[in-house]
Structures are given as structure tokens and as C-alpha cells.
Design a protein around this ligand. Structure first.
Ligand SMILES: *[C@@H]1O[C@H](CO)[C@@H](O)[C@H](O)[C@H]1NC(C)=O
Ligand SMILES: *[C@@H]1O[C@H](CO)[C@@H](O)[C@H](O)[C@H]1NC(C)=O
Ligand SMILES: *[C@@H]1O[C@H](CO)[C@@H](O)[C@H](O)[C@H]1NC(C)=O
Ligand SMILES: *[C@@H]1O[C@H](CO)[C@@H](O)[C@H](O)[C@H]1NC(C)=O
Length: 441
């Protein structure tokens, strides 16, 4: 109160003297100032010939200083070197117009405009920065940003730098898939101070999924067998192993191990009772999955190793490999001609050949080659192979196709094509092309 009375008194004195001499004049000029929160700002006000007039600093209707008197109680304000107004520790609330005013009758003044730049700040939602949703569902991540100027918000998935997911405070993710799981980040930037990066963790929950690389494992007595189930699940699943529907537990010969998503069952020194059907079962709160792996002593399926194009017109050496720990007892080959000729596009009849078992070599893989004779020139054949050891016959091999050289006329692939499945057609087209080049080249 006392200070107001004082100001009033000064005004009265000033008015009385205002129309004397050549009058006061501003030496400084009005400016726009941009400052950053926390900085110290100096607003100049230099006047000539002030005489006994009084200089006021105002901000809006509020008087900050009068002559050398601090009217405001805010201790951050100070007059330095005369009437320059210093504001320390500038805050966003300090933005606005500051008027340095000479208190004569014509109220001359000078205006400084202060803009306060505020570095970005962010309020993430969810606050925990962890979101979880079921597969197929949706999730919203949010970065509410403030600052001056208004910051931009951009979204990325971490370790996936190629994709910028969007702009704006909200990232909406819907129809969530397993691969949407991971770390996300919003970057909030307004050019004032460093940008703020806020990380989120998104967890997509799904029931277990199991893949088995081999659903059939060949082994032999005294050898080992390794079964692998790769399990994906979130929340993480519990994985149990069964043999012929009985739960398995670890023993001297049986060990279960986990490496990442890989669940391995290792049977050392296989005994006759170890052959059979194994199951891995994975459980989490959202569901259960199972896969079967058969452990067998029977030979593995034959893998063909000969090229699809014969070296001769009427014979072909078929070569294949079979895995078996015990010696092979018997081998069986079936083959037939496809498409007899252009007008008669039916496959020929199957030829059934018993191949003598190769001499035991002591190694797991048995290599067999067998020459087929009396073939048609320029014809396509298909073959399948089966092998037997003391545990029984293996599964029939995949169908293998080969082509004999030459012939009276070349067969065109597209004329044959209706007979073949698309996968074998590609292979056949290729081999026929090679053959035509060879025949006409
Ligand atoms: C993912 O990115 C972060 C930094 O963004 C890096 O530190 C980390 O090594 C990356 N991880 C992988 C697996 O690339
Ligand atoms: C899991 O098994 C697969 C297939 O054998 C292999 O490629 C992968 O490296 C294994 N992962 C771990 C973590 O062992
Ligand atoms: C293994 O057992 C499962 C169910 O018990 C069955 O569906 C599957 O056909 C069996 N596989 C073999 C090779 O016996
Ligand atoms: C195609 O083969 C069938 C059956 O062997 C035969 O009867 C027919 O004469 C052949 N046609 C041609 C054009 O070679």
C-alpha cells in the first residue's frame, strides 16, 4: 500500500514538471525478444533528458517498477545500469509485452515483446510405458507433448528404422499380430533443446504355436535321438514332453533343455523301448498346442541325387541316399513313363524293381545307384523308392522325375503340362528346355 501512495506522489510531482525544456527521448528501441526458459533476459530502456520525470515499467496494467523502486514483489526482476529491466530464470508465465513508460502527460512509451521458448516435455500413456493386448486386438500408445513452439510427435518401432509409423500424439495399432510385439518410441521435438525420446513396450499376447523341423527322427539302438520343438507364446508357455501319451521326466538317458524358443529332448543310448511317438505340449493362459515327433529305427526317406537329365537315350542311372543306422535289408524301386507320345498322354504302367541292398559301410548314409535300361528316348519318367531295415520299411520317397535323351520328336512341355502338378511342371519344363537345347544344338 505504502508504495502505491509513493507512486501517486511521484506522478503528481512529474506532472507538475512535464512541460519544461526539450523533453525526454528514448535512446533504446522496442524489440521482440525470444528467450528460453531458465535464461536471464535484459530489456533495455534508456532515456535522455528524463529530468525529474519518472520512468515506469509495466506489464499490462501491472506496474513493475517506478523510478528506481521495485514495485513487483517478484525477486527475479531487477533494474540494472539505470532503467534496464533484468529478469532472471525466465518462465513461460513471463511471455508478453513489457512497457517502459515516461510518466509525462503524453505518456510516451516503448514496448518490448517477450516470447518464451519452452523445451518439449511429454506425458506418456500408459504411464508405465507398457501395453499388452491379445493378438487380433488393438493398442493405443500416446505421447502428450507440450512446449513452445508446439512440438511435433513422431513414432517409430525400434530396430525397425526403415518405418516411420506416423505423426501426432497417438499411435493406434489394430489387428495386432505376433510380430507387432516389441519396443516403440515417440520422439517429441520443437527445436528448443534436445528432442525427447520415450520408449514403450508392446506385448502381443497369443496362445502357443509349435513348429517341428522334423516330425520323424531316425535313430538306432545305442545311438542318440534329438527331438526339437520350437515354441512361440506370450505369456511364455510351459512345455512338457510325452512318450506315447505318458509324461516324460528327465533320467540318466533323457534330458530336456531349452534355448530361446527351442525345446529339445535328447535321448542318449537309445533302447528298443524308446522308439515311438513323442509329443511336445505347450501351455499358457491363452491356450495349448501340441506337436508329434516319431522316433523310429526305420530308414529315413530316400533322397535322390542323380541329375534329372539322362546321359543316354535308353538308359538312366538313378542314384539316391538313405539314412539308416542298421544295414539296409531290401530296396524297392517303382518307375513309369509319363506321356507316351503327343497323342497318347497317359502314363505307362509301373515297373517294380527290387534293388540289391548295398554292402554295409558302417556309416549312417547309404548311397545306392541303379541303372535302368530299355527306356524310351526323349521320354519323361517318374520314380519312387522305399527301403527296409530290421525295424521295417520307411516311408515312400517323394516322386522323382527324369528325362531320357533325344527321341524321334521332342515333346513340348506345355503339351504335357496338364498331367503334372504345378511344382513338378516347373522342374519338368526346365529339364525339357535343357533337353531341347541339347537335341537341336
Ligand atoms: C536395437 O536398437 C538399439 C538402439 O536403438 C540398439 O542399442 C540395440 O543394440 C538394437 N538391437 C538389435 C538386436 O539390433
Ligand atoms: C533353434 O533351432 C533352430 C533350428 O535348428 C536354429 O536355427 C536356431 O538357431 C535355434 N535357436 C536357438 C536360440 O538355439
Ligand atoms: C502320435 O500320436 C498322436 C496322438 O496321440 C497321433 O495323432 C499321431 O498320429 C501319432 N503319430 C504316429 C506316427 O503314430
Ligand atoms: C502313341 O502311342 C500309342 C501307344 O503306344 C500308339 O498307339 C500311337 O500310335 C502313338 N502315336 C504316335 C503319333 O506316335
Amino acid at each position: 500500500m505504502a508504495s502505491w501512495l509513493f507512486i501517486a506522489a511521484i506522478f503528481a510531482a512529474a506532472n507538475a514538471q512535464s512541460n519544461r525544456n526539450d523533453g525526454p527521448r528514448f535512446l533504446s528501441r522496442g524489440h521482440s525478444f525470444r528467450t528460453v526458459v531458465g535464461d536471464t533476459l535484459l530489456l533495455p530502456c534508456q532515456v535522455q533528458n528524463l529530468g525529474s520525470l519518472v520512468l515506469l515499467w509495466r506489464r499490462g496494467p501491472a506496474v513493475l517498477t517506478a523510478a528506481s523502486l521495485m514495485v513487483t514483489r517478484d525477486e527475479r526482476f531487477r533494474l540494472v545500469d539505470g532503467y534496464n529491466l533484468q529478469i532472471t530464470d525466465v518462465g513461460p508465465q513471463d511471455a508478453g509485452d513489457y512497457v517502459c513508460q515516461i510518466s509525462d502527460r503524453v505518456a510516451r512509451d516503448q514496448v518490448h515483446t517477450v516470447e518464451v521458448l519452452v523445451p518439449p516435455s511429454v506425458r506418456p500413456s500408459p504411464e508405465s510405458r507398457h501395453a499388452a493386448a491379445r493378438r487380433g486386438g488393438a493398442a493405443v500408445l500416446e505421447c502428450r507433448a507440450s512446449g513452445n513452439p508446439v512440438p511435433t510427435v513422431t513414432w517409430h518401432k525400434l530396430n525397425d528404422t526403415s518405418t516411420r509409423l506416423g505423426e501426432g500424439p497417438q499411435l493406434q495399432l489394430s489387428r495386432l499380430e505376433r510380430q507387432h510385439s516389441g519396443r516403440y518410441a515417440c520422439t517429441v521435438d520443437n527445436g528448443v533443446g534436445p528432442a525427447i525420446v520415450t520408449e514403450f513396450q508392446l506385448q502381443v499376447l497369443f496362445p502357443p504355436e509349435i513348429t517341428v523341423e522334423r516330425s520323424w527322427v531316425h535313430t538306432g539302438e545305442g545311438f542318440r535321438a534329438e527331438l526339437l520343438c520350437t515354441v512361440l507364446a506370450d505369456p511364455p508357455s510351459e512345455v512338457l514332453w510325452y512318450q506315447n501319451s505318458f509324461p516324460l521326466s528327465a533320467s540318466e538317458r533323457v534330458t530336456m533343455s531349452v534355448r530361446g524358443n527351442n525345446h529339445t529332448l535328447l535321448i542318449a543310448n537309445v533302447q528298443p523301448e524308446d522308439f515311438g511317438n513323442y509329443t511336445c505340449v505347450a501351455d499358457n493362459s491363452l491356450g495349448r498346442a501340441r506337436q508329434h515327433v516319431e522316433v523310429s529305427g526305420r530308414p529315413g526317406p530316400a533322397r535322390f541325387t542323380s541329375p534329372p537329365l539322362a546321359r543316354a537315350p535308353t538308359s538312366y542311372t538313378l542314384a539316391f541316399a538313405v539314412d539308416s543306422y542298421p544295414p539296409l535289408d531290401e530296396l524297392r524301386l517303382l518307375y513309369r513313363q509319363l506321356a507316351i507320345n503327343e497323342s497318347f498322354q497317359q502314363p505307362g504302367r509301373w515297373h517294380d524293381v527290387v534293388i540289391p541292398a548295398p554292402e554295409p559301410t558302417g556309416s549312417l548314409t547309404h548311397r545306392v545307384s541303379h541303372e535302368l535300361k530299355g527306356l524310351e528316348p526323349g521320354a519323361v519318367y517318374e520314380a519312387i523308392v522305399q527301403a527296409k531295415n530290421r525295424y521295417g520299411w520307411n516311408e515312400v520317397s517323394d516322386i522323382f522325375q527324369f528325362h531320357t535323351l533325344g527321341g524321334a520328336h521332342s515333346v513340348h512341355a506345355n503339351e504335357l503340362s496338364p498331367m503334372f502338378s504345378s511344382a513338378s511342371q516347373i522342374r519338368l519344363t526346365f529339364s525339357l528346355l535343357v533337353c531341347s537345347l541339347y537335341a537341336f544344338g
